[in-house]
Design a protein around this ligand. Structure first.
Ligand SMILES: *Cc1c(COP(=O)(O)O)cnc(C)c1O
Length: 383
């Protein structure tokens, strides 16, 4: 019996246990210690960010960055509609109102023109109805590793003086105009959950060039303890720091990050070659040399009328061969939980959700695994 093939399962580099062993040997079994410090330093070099706080999850990193930007109940925060719910949930944690903005077809990420329309409309509505609250932040995601159009997005954000948070949970190692993503705005957030391009089993990080903000994040993430011999608190704190044990896993994983990016890109090229003559199949693609994706997941869109099959038939064919594939993100404006939120849509994310599929993309899928995948694809598309 061959084993199930997953979308992207953990792929250890080999030296993770050395760092974990060091944590045990020195008894740093705590949410602080040499691996946490080392992982933060090494993440600075891996991303080009000046400062990094290692946290318990990417979601925690988004939550803390919104708190530090002063987001309060009744404020508006603009979020990308086409994304994983973790991009938007922290807005709701704070009682703020998510304003959902659709994607543009090139990158599948936030549409800069629609972003400006959303800002104008929300500001206009505020004046008309005198609704309290203001737009405090924009959260843009780099989905499946593809950088968003940051130059245009930052131009709009700067015009209206709104800070931007980059959700780079899926895009560690990706680059935009020669810079690693997460470093083109006020804050970047990373995730090291089990299925990401590198993993600590679970974890995240906040990255920024603002030293005071990262210091503040570390303070808030360790229960906001004021300097005093006893426990003294003037603000609400959180338990969001990364454990020194899992930071050891992260240090081992970072050593192979560049290799993993090369492997995921090679896998993406393999799919393109395999499907190059199939009509009605298109890939999420880099719109220009300014965009360099880690291709965490290879994603395709299937036009049923042209391709002779559809997304769901292909997904079930993979499933029958014990291979995991998954529809693209269901947009947040279609999620029951965000149904009442203001949304600015253009049809892009809905079309991607209807016809799009994430293909198995793990760097640990061997040649035999690829052959099983290829067989399903050849049968589905008759090539
Ligand atoms: C995984 C992910 C997150 C959340 O990261 P966690 O570490 O799992 O909390 C946020 N946004 C996107 C786009 C993600 O894929």
């Amino acid at each position: 019996m061959s084993k199930r093939i997953y979308l992207c399962s953990p792929h250890m580099g080999g030296r993770e246990m050395k760092y974990v062993q060091e944590a045990f040997d020195s008894n740093w079994i705590a949410p602080l210690g040499p691996n946490v410090d080392g992982f933060e330093r090494e993440l600075c070099s891996a991303t080009g960010a000046k400062h990094v706080a290692a946290l318990s999850s990417g979601t925690a990193a988004i939550h803390l960055s919104l708190i530090m930007l002063g987001v309060k109940a009744g404020d508006y925060v603009i979020g990308q509609s086409f994304t994983f719910s973790a991009t938007v949930n922290p807005i709701a944690y704070l009682g703020a109102i998510p304003v959902l903005v659709d994607s543009e077809p090139g990158t599948w990420n936030m549409d800069p023109e629609l972003l400006e329309e959303a800002i104008r409309k929300v500001k206009g509505e505020r004046l008309k109805d005198k609704v309290a609250g203001e737009i405090k932040a924009i959260v843009v995601a780099h989905l499946y590793g593809m950088p968003a159009r940051m130059k245009e997005i930052m131009a709009v954000a700067d015009k209206y003086g709104i800070p931007v948070i980059e959700d780079a949970a899926e895009a560690l190692g990706s680059e935009y105009m020669g810079r690693r993503v997460g470093c083109n705005s006020k804050f970047g957030i990373l995730s090291f959950n089990g299925n990401k391009i590198i993993t600590t089993s679970g974890g995240g990080a906040l990255i920024s060039d603002d030293a005071a903000m990262i210091e503040r994040a570390r303070f808030l993430a360790t229960q906001a303890r004021d300097p005093a011999p006893h426990y003294q608190h003037s603000v609400i704190g959180y338990n969001y720091r990364m454990s020194n044990v899992v930071a050891g896993v992260g240090r081992g994983q970072l050593e192979v990050l560049d290799l993993r990016v090369r492997q995921h890109r090679e896998f993406n090229a393999w799919y393109r070659e395999l499907l190059k003559d199939v009509p009605g199949v298109t890939f999420q693609s880099e719109p220009s040399p300014d965009f360099y994706s880690n291709f965490w997941l290879t994603c395709i869109v299937i036009e049923p009328a042209v391709a002779g099959t559809d997304r769901e038939k292909l997904r079930l064919a993979f499933e029958a061969a014990d291979i995991e594939s998954r529809p693209l993100w269901k947009p947040m404006h279609l999620q029951p939980v965000f149904a009442g939120c203001p949304a600015y849509v253009n049809g892009t994310s809905e079309a991607l959700f209807t016809n799009g599929l994430c293909l198995p993309s793990g760097s640990n899928i061997d040649d035999a695994g690829r052959e099983r995948i290829a067989e399903v694809l050849r049968r589905a598309f008759k090539v």
